[in-house]
Design a protein around this ligand. Structure first.
Ligand code: DGJ
Length: 729
């Protein structure tokens, strides 16, 4: 059992392979957070708590004259608003009388074998062979029958601890939830950096590292989706921590809507990190007898830098978050027509593209936007999910049959959450789109957003999608979402419940995705939101891969995929080779480099084969063979960031090493070339030090490659890339 409760000390100790997480219900029933860090033998870490008297601090009534005892400075497991702790809280409510002070006290616990689930929300699950246990600690408000159940999933061998919260209103009064964070970590000492991943459309998940300073630092989204702008994954890292050393704590939030991560560094140099649903526009009514589940946060502690943390996340995301037939299966190499044709295509053109794709060894042809309703640009048609047979010149069934006949699978694009005003659906149901009565709606890419908090809206879209999906042999679906949500107002909810709409929307999104997964278990679903605008662990529970970015420029992708790799494995990152000059940046890169970069993703193409030369077609054939050859190693090996694309180095390199050290593939892109370039060497990782490795007929000692490094070749053309395959003798 990975969870131990020491009754005498009222101490909960949660053990994973490398970490220990500890909390203690003290004499007043306050649940204190005593430790999260390197795994040790049993120890009650509350010895670290010292008596400190602080002016202007509030002390709980039960503490009498013990002035030193204040929640203002004690590390807490789940701090509530209004109880003498003036840092950012985890839970804030408003009672029927308007009061918000909430004092939570320990009221019991339960330890169960296995990992808990959350109804309607994604959650890490235990696979056969995983050691997983659940701890539920119950807290109760001193003034009402509001219960807060803290859920901990301890996945020992995965080195992951998950947290979620269930708030239960057993009182007779209506209570509003104003803020429900999924996790809170208090650190009494230490100097930390906050690592976050920021960006924008076509430039997502850029690495950012800033020192935690006095005050509150935060990232989040209020766009209705997790967003391109900040990712719901953050790291609190000991200052000086790097890839291979130093302590760090990752928090991945399994949620695809508004989120907030806050680091609060207080007046006595303590640091608190909270993460959960963004409280802006969150106002959730809990009637007597009702309960609310927060989404889940998955935490990983590493005492050996980012690399160890990344490996734990990659394993957990791949095996314990992604689900279904494709979670471990090789995804077909695809060709998507988007950058090849945009909206301008005919059935004949698609068949010609597919035929050339098949000839090059592509396995799946994806028909992107523009095949339905009246949709020849992005101004109309969304919501009308019926096939434009006039444009295709045939039915979808006929088209897919012809494509299948070429030996290709067939896939299709949808944007189910959106609606164009110029559509039949909008004419019939204008109130199905988010709109505030009396106000003109905000448009985004000319479109509005359907109210997925409403069941009838979801049912309609789901039925329309099923009709299309059943009309042809469709083995892949791309689920896109191309705007931020504004005008949050649901015509189906009363005023008192409008603050629930965005969360209900995300639940609705998950509901329809779950239904699709159940009904089409053999269909691969790729998530997308204008590229990587909803690239989060919540979506990965429903879609095992997500289009990483609308920026397909290989050099820009180095930064995007680097940032993405901190939490998310290669198997989740949609990456394609596209045409040159690149459509987003105008940059010209060798087709080999484009493939090297895309191969560290799900791998595919996004171009018109008619516009490339015979030599390039030949090269593509070779690339696909190469990808298949290295697939196991790339997708299931351990991923190492050997350099950072933000460094001054002329090369950016990464590596996939077999978990048993038997082989490694090092990919390098010369992203800056200069005359008289200095010699650079790159140190490999994950090899067996005492073993010898062969590469291109030469033999190298593993220790030499790891500790002295491997010299980088001089590039002969701009942005040249190299792949080095080392095999243990
Ligand atoms: C945004 C996606 O990221 C693109 O790949 C493409 O599917 C377009 N939408 C289509 O409108």
């Amino acid at each position: 059992m990975s969870i131990i409760f020491n009754e005498k000390e009222s101490l909960f100790s949660l053990y994973t392979r490398n970490s220990l997480y500890q909390m203690k219900a003290d004499n007043y029933g306050v649940l204190l957070h005593t430790y999260y860090g390197k795994k040790t033998e049993h120890m009650d870490y509350s010895y670290l708590l010292c008596e400190r008297e602080h002016s202007f601090a509030g002390s709980p009534y039960e503490a009498g004259n013990e002035r030193w005892y204040s929640l203002e400075t004690l590390p807490q497991e789940y701090p509530s608003y209004g109880a003498g702790d003036f840092r950012r809280s985890a839970l804030q409510i408003c009672r029927a009388n308007g009061a918000s002070a909430l004092e939570l006290r320990f009221a019991g616990y339960e330890i169960k074998e296995g990992k808990y689930n959350i109804p309607g929300l994604p959650a890490v699950y235990a696979e056969e062979g995983n050691q997983a246990d659940t701890l539920i600690v119950t807290l109760k408000d001193t003034a009402s029958d509001l219960y807060v159940h803290l859920y901990y999933g301890v996945l020992e061998d995965l080195d992951v601890i998950t947290r979620a919260v269930r708030v239960e209103n057993r009182s007779g009064e209506e209570i509003y939830l104003e803020r429900v964070m999924s996790t809170c970590l208090d650190f009494m000492y230490g100097a930390y950096d906050l690592v976050t991943f920021y960006g924008r459309h076509e430039m997502e998940r850029l690495f950012s590292r800033t020192a935690v300073h006095h005050g509150v630092q935060s990232v989040g989204s209020t766009r209705g989706a997790s967003s391109h702008h900040y990712n719901p994954f953050v790291i609190l890292a000991e200052q000086g921590a790097g890839e291979k050393s130093g302590e760090c704590y990752g928090i991945s939030f399994l949620y695809s809507g508004d989120f907030l991560a806050e680091a609060d560094h207080d007046q006595v140099k303590q640091t608190r990190l909270v993460m959960g649903i963004h409280p802006d526009n969150f106002h959730y009514l809990l009637k007597p007898g009702e309960e609310f589940w927060s989404p889940e946060a998955a935490m990983v502690y590493s005492s050996q830098g980012f690399e160890e943390m990344t490996h734990a996340y990659h394993k957990a995301v791949r095996n314990n978050i992604c689900r279904g037939k494709f979670k471990n299966a090789r995804r077909p190499v695809l060709l998507n027509n988007w950058e090849g044709t945009y909206f301008t295509f005919t059935g004949e053109k698609l068949l010609q593209m597919a035929s050339e794709a098949a000839d090059m060894g592509v396995e799946l042809f994806v028909l992107d936007d523009g095949w339905f309703g009246k949709r020849d640009d992005d101004c109309s048609g969304l919501g009308d999910w019926y096939v434009n047979e006039k444009k295709l010149g045939c039915t979808l069934g006929e088209l897919s049959e012809k494509i299948n006949g070429m030996g290709l699978k067939f896939g299709l694009w949808f944007e189910p959450e959106c609606i164009s005003e110029d559509s039949d659906l909008y004419k019939e149901h204008p109130d199905w789109a988010f709109q505030v009565p009396g106000k003109s709606p905000m448009r985004g890419r000319y479109q509005l957003v359907l109210d997925f908090s409403r069941e009838e809206v979801r049912n309609y879209i789901y039925d329309q999608m099923c009709k299309v999906l059943d009309s042809a042999h469709i083995e892949y679906l791309k689920w896109d979402f191309n705007r931020s949500i504004c005008d949050v107002y649901s015509a189906s909810l009363p005023a008192a419940r409008q603050g629930e709409v965005l969360h209900r929307y995300v639940l609705g999104l998950y509901d329809i995705l779950e239904r699709l997964n159940q009904r089409y278990p053999d269909m691969l679903i790729e998530g997308c939101s204008g590229g990587g605008g909803r690239f989060d662990a919540g979506m990965l529970y429903y879609t095992p891969q997500i289009w990483c970015s609308d920026d397909t420029d290989a050099i820009e992708r180095l930064k995007i995929q680097y940032g993405t790799s901190f939490c998310y494995p290669v198997s989740t990152m949609g990456a394609h080779v596209s045409a040159c000059p690149n459509h987003q940046t105008g940059r010209i890169t060798p087709i080999g480099t484009r493939a090297t970069v895309a191969m560290s993703g799900t791998f595919g193409y996004e171009l018109d084969p008619a516009k490339i030369s015979q030599e390039e077609k030949e090269e593509i054939r070779g690339q696909i063979e190469n990808f298949k050859k290295y697939y196991e190693l790339i997708q299931h090996g351990d991923y190492y960031r050997l350099t950072s694309p933000f460094d001054n180095s002329c090369y950016h390199a990464w590596e996939s090493a077999a978990t048993d050290g038997s082989e490694a593939l090092v990919s390098v892109v010369a992203n800056h070339t200069y005359p008289n370039m200095a010699q650079e060497t790159i140190k490999l990782r994950g090899l067996t030090p005492e073993a010898y490795y062969e590469m291109n007929g030469k033999s190298y000692l593993g220790a030499a490659l790891m500790y002295a490094g491997f010299p980088m070749p001089k590039p002969t053309v701009e942005y040249e890339s190299f792949q080095f395959h080392f095999v243990k003798r």
